[in-house]
Each structure stands twice: as C-alpha cells, then as structure tokens.
Design a protein. Structure first.
Length: 221
C-alpha cells in the first residue's frame, strides 16, 4: 500500500475511541510466550491477505513483529479500522462465536505472527484466566464500537413504517450484528436506485451483505 491508498490515509476509529488501551491492548513478552504455546508462529510477507470479508474460517493473529491492518470494505474501497503492531491481536466477538469475518486483514509490514485457530483460541481463554480477561474485554468492546459506528458489512435498505424492515433491524440488533440503515422515507436517492433495479414494495427490505450478497426481504433464517 502506498500513501495514496485510502486505507492508509483515512483516520482509523482506533485513534478516536476512548480508552484505546482496553480495545487494543498489547500483550507482554510473558503473555506472548503463553499464547504461542497454543498456536503456531509463522512469518508474514507484505501484502499477504490473512482474512477476507465473509471468510468462515477466521484465525486470531497475534503480532510478534511487523504490522497487520484491519480494513472495512465497502464498494470495493478499503477503510482502515486499526493497525495491529507488536503485541496486538486481531479479532472481535465474531471470532469467538464462529461467525464469518466482517473485515479484511492484510499484512502492511512483514514480520511474524502467532496464528491461533478458533479451537486453539477457545482453549487458551479456558485455561489462562489473565489472557481470557484481556481477550474477552477487547472482543466485546470492539464489537460495541463497531455497532456504534455502523461498521459491519451489512446495509439494510427499507422503511421505518415497513414491518419486515423493523423485523430485520430487530433481528440484527438482538444478535449484536452491526449494520447501517438507509431509510427510504428520508433518502430519495436510495428509493430512485431501487426503482431503477425494479425493486418493489414486496422486496423491501433489501440487505447488502459483505461484498457479494444481496437479499430481498429475507426471512430471519
């Protein structure tokens, strides 16, 4: 990535959150050593894609050396969420729940990471009380911050007066999944766009999920 890349020039929310040390703590050498006992250490190369949006197999990466960027992807453009340097680790609540990734992870500076598969991460949090507290707090607070900032790879387009729209919004909220809501009653441009794609009242709400899937008035399932 060069300096003109929007992922490197945008201000990451990691810079603007309160108490960043709680959302993005750095593990001590002793904690890194205990973490490494549960995963595998491996080298990384610049530009290496570690995780992409909607990937279902999502490891946790603990940075020993170098840097990893977590990126939000929207309309093909990348926005920097946070840069993980030595001692930092990737992931949020989806990692524990086994849900698909909402972000892209790419190596911005080559180095070394400790890679933990989900089952290895679960074993770590079940057997190491100190690391369990650090990881759990960070994952939960990161998820809350994503919700607060509508970062989640899901866009809901609908009407506040539409029962199906209310159902979908309630379902996503109840499951703690971040989403951005576009209200057709207030956004004439969005309504015009749907009209051009012949999206009728029965098709609302429309969900845009990640970078590939478009759902018209889906069931909760």
């Amino acid at each position: 990535m060069d300096a003109s890349d929007p992922a490197t020039t945008a201000t990451p929310f990691a810079v603007t959150v309160s108490r960043p040390e709680r959302l993005f703590p750095k593990l001590t050498p002793a904690q890194l050593a205990r973490t490494a006992a549960h995963g595998r250490r491996r080298e990384t190369t610049r530009g290496e894609l570690l995780v992409d949006v909607a990937d279902r197999i999502v490891p946790c990466f603990v940075v020993v050396a170098g840097e990893i960027q977590a990126l939000q992807v929207s309309d093909g453009a990348e926005t920097l969420i946070v840069s993980h340097g030595p001692g930092s680790f990737s992931g949020e609540a989806n990692l524990i729940a086994g849900r698909p990734s909402m972000a892209r992870l790419r190596v911005s500076e080559p180095g070394e990471v400790i890679e933990l598969a989900r089952d290895q991460l679960l074993t770590l949090v079940q057997t190491d009380a100190e690391l369990s507290e650090i990881l759990m707090r960070a994952f939960i607070l990161r998820r809350l911050e994503l919700i607060a900032r509508d970062v989640g790879g899901v866009v809901v387009i609908g009407s506040t007066y539409n029962a199906a729209t209310l159902r979908i919004r309630e379902f996503l909220t109840r499951n703690g999944h971040p989403f951005h809501f576009i209200d057709l009653d207030r956004d004439a441009d969005a309504q015009e766009l749907l009209d051009r794609f012949h999206v009728g009242v029965a098709d609302v709400p429309v969900l845009i999920c990640g970078i590939e899937t478009v759902l018209r008035n889906p069931t909760n399932a």
